[in-house]
Structures are given as C-alpha cells and as structure tokens.
Ligand binder design. Structure first.
Ligand SMILES: [Zn+2]
Length: 89
C-alpha cells in the first residue's frame, strides 16, 4: 500500500495585482453617477465633475443658472447659498 503525498493547498492572492499590458487600452472607468444634484430654479438634474477646482463655477446645464462653486457642492453640509439640492439616488 502506497501512501500518496499530501497535496499542498493552492494559495490564492486575495487581491491579485492588476496586469497592465503595454499598448492595451486602459480599462473603462465606471460611468459617472448621473444627477447627484437638482437645480433649485428649474429642477434639472446635474452632476459636478470631480476634477473641477473648488473655485470653479457650476452652472445648471438646463437653465444656465449659477448654482455655486464646485467647492460649495463638496462641502458637508452644503452651504445655504448653494442653489441646488442633493438628488435622490
Ligand atoms: Zn436649472
């Protein structure tokens, strides 16, 4: 009777490193969340790009009202002068 050698457990990485293939297109980034905010004057939905500087002016894409600066949108809680309210997800 021969005894089989015990198999070693296969080790797996919990977070395998991402392999980047040179020349390959970058993986698609997830789509930006749609309509984080609603314009107070007209009710249109809008989102604020993350790459905007805090001092950048944010205008409603629908009625072109000046709603505040990108920094105002990121403040928590939003300042009262902000002319937009958070939209429900
Ligand atoms: Zn508007």
């Amino acid at each position: 009777m021969t005894e089989e050698p015990r198999r070693r457990p296969i080790l797996r990485l919990k977070n395998p490193p991402k392999v980047i293939v040179p020349g390959a297109p970058p993986p698609p980034s997830p789509p930006p969340p749609a309509h984080d905010w609603k314009c107070k004057p007209c009710g249109a939905g809008l989102s604020v790009a993350a790459e905007l500087e805090d001092a950048a002016e944010v205008r409603c894409p629908s009625c072109n009202a000046k709603l505040g600066t990108a920094g105002d949108f990121r403040a928590d809680p939003p300042p009262a002068k902000l002319r937009a309210r958070p939209a429900k997800r």
